[in-house]
Design a protein around this ligand. Sequence first.
Ligand SMILES: *Cc1c(COP(=O)(O)O)cnc(C)c1O
Length: 491
Amino acid sequence: MRYYDKLIFELSKPGRQGWSLPENRWKESTDDLPDGLKRTTPPLLPQVSEPDVVRHYVNLSDMNFGVDTGFYPLGSCTMKYNPKIGEETASHPGFASLHPLQPAETVQGAMEVHAELSRCLCSLTGMSAFTLNPFAGAHGELTGLMIMRQYHISKGDMKRTRIIVPDSAHGTNPASAAVCGLQVVEVKSTPEGLIDINDLKPLLDDSVAGIMMTNPNTLGLFETEIKEIASSVHAAGGLLYYDGANMNALLGKVRPGDMGFDIMHLNLHKTFSTPHGGGGPGAGPVGVAPHLAGLLPSPAVRKIKNAQGEDIYEMVENPDGPGRISGFAGNFGVLMKAYAYILSLGRENVKKVGPYSVLAANYVKESLKDRYRLPVDSLCKHEFVFDGLIRGNAGTDSEVTTLDVAKRLLDCGFHAPTIYFPLLFHQSIMIEPTETESKETLDAFIQAMRTIADEAVSRPELLKSAPHNTPVRRPDETLAATRPVLRYRAD
Ligand SMILES: *Cc1c(COP(=O)(O)O)cnc(C)c1O
């Protein structure tokens, strides 16, 4: 029997304990504690033995699903395998035990990593300078938009309060723009899933601060008209912001800087490998083109020469930027992992990331498009979107939904793809296999998806009631998100 077949949440038994401590030998000194600081009631902790605790946590960890346990094709999230060398490097005590307020001369190695990682990111993206301070992609968006605003203000151009965002954009784009005080204007997509230039051009006037785009876009499609979009936006005095969450598709092939983007963020936890299920940890460095390099937030690491003419690093403030956007200089552990990842791939192998991730996505797409509806049937980049099952398959039209397919996949031992996003379709299933999966894994996933399509016809009730062998089946997702129960509560 598996642990979760008899899931017992309450393990506490009055009087049971997993510890024994000697009598308090400092009785007199604790008597000196002010009464207000002393506990009057015992803590409300579960009363459990040590084996109870150990088994509880080990069993919980077994119930978890992660990239280290199986295939995780969560579109938009780039759940690639995270090489263990990253963990090893980031947890090295020489880095992990640093304090952010240590004097600069004692953290020269960490500052060199900072400077070198920035240099690598510039060369991979075609940007001219990076700040590593933001903690996530969305945080990078906000930082980038603050830089955009700073740029217009520095030119005395105060009218630019509108930002253009495509209807296919990730939800964080309009959210970041709104937080930055910008008014969001939506630009439509063509039936081919790309930005509609005819819809875009009339929007471009002197009230537009810029446009936020991701390329390939959220449908996994490359915006082929990017050069024309860039020159139109620039001609109207606006800037181009690149949401780098889809950079995995382009890594080593195409650079946002060369496409005409002025500001961008990278999601290091996606493209450059850091385990990031459940919301963190992350890093969202922001890169800028040369004309914006003076507008980055503080603090920044700068390389200078000391009196002996040797290279040393110092922390500098930038009075012209948007100030501090994070407590210190970024999420250092994630920066370390990204740096280790880039160096371990090396110049040659980094170039294979994009092409292999694109190959994997197209392989899965082509192998399934006779069973799942493909609204935009063209070459995709690193991910693609199905709009549910093809209806009327084999003459039956069951009411099997995308949610049912996703739940049934859990029974097959796979993490579900992203579902009901993007919002452009009603039954979106967004699949991103990444470059780190073998052909055998992709084939097993394709087989499972095809079996599910068969079941949708022959045994729809099996899908409606799936999953059948997971610890939790169909929780109320709204309640789970809004009122999660994450800690022990003694009654
Ligand atoms: C993940 C993602 C974001 C947000 O990044 P976080 O690091 O989760 O804040 C923004 N845009 C796109 C396209 C994404 O996939």
